[in-house]
Design a protein around this ligand. Sequence first.
Ligand SMILES: [Cu+2]
Length: 385
Amino acid sequence: MIVRCDYSRRRFVTWAAALGGGLAAAAPAHALSRTEGERSRTRVHYIAAETVTWNYAPQGRNLVAARSFNSSERVVACTGDNRLGPVFEKSRYREYTDDTFTKPADRGHAPYTGLLGPVIRAQVGDTITVVFRNNTPFPASMHPHGVFYSKGDEGVEAPGGDPGANGVVEPGGTHRYTWYVPERAGPGPDDPSSIGWVYHDHSVTMGVPGVHAGLVGPLVVSRRGEAAPDGSPYDVNREVFSLFQEFDENDSHYLRRNIDRFGGNRRIDEASREFQRSNRKPSINGYLFGNGPRGVSDTSPSVILEKGKKTRWYVMALGGTRDTHTPHWHGNTVTIRGHRADVVSVLPATVVTADMRPDNSGNWLFHCHVDEHMLSGMSTLYRVR
Ligand SMILES: [Cu+2]
């Protein structure tokens, strides 16, 4: 399969005309009423792990620089000799409305969040139940950070590799996770009204094929008494989720399938440094160079913020030693537990909760400040209007 890389500008103009005013619909609205008090509840999710065909650069050009990919960018973003291109089979967590797993639920999945699984929310005192179906051809699990779980709901490969134990689910199987949200899972004394965690596949203890395949998502816990009915923090107008991860397709358990499906008749040398380098995708939510969901970010940033409105960013990372990231906002600044910054530091499996009240309108860069990452795709745009 050949994936075209250099779409003409004309095509984008056409898309823009077709979309009309629909772009604004991408920004989710949050309930702001503080009506629920401290009542504890059980929040039930139906989440499946699925195989998807994922494009890291669906727009086929560098939207941050507003031009075609240059020669070094083409290594990660384009099909070529001894490389697979921007399209891969990956896994993704997807939410459904019930345990038939037939009707997708949009709750907690704005298009810009890309590969991320659905946002799981809770208030301190709640219980989270996830009915998890593994519809991928590999073992999979959901391992949450921060919350309280028993061994059977840890989502981690059991010692000795006993399949089906500890919440690891074989292909086609289902598991019901119960996670409790005590005080220690919520904001600490110096934290804002909510904090972020990650959940991810942990089905192989000594290996990360599921994480690099794409199984990762955000978990938000609000302080008791400070949540809207949906669990989101009551004092925030908008939340944005950004995962900085160099997805390493060499470590994904789809590698062989991807070579077979996307290698075509081209020369592929799996052992070569060139091939392996092309498979490392330093992306934000699974997108390179400001690319985003088709129909949403073809012509403009997919994250649109309102000037003066309180915005909470959950900046996450996952991956290996190369995943030392310093996300940087142009144009605006944030506060993190009372400290001001416009660059934050994230390491694998950490989450930084950063509050922004944008005062500066326009389209602004949001990128990793580590040169190698920025130049290889870990950059995007956000808009303040
Ligand atoms: Cu980085």
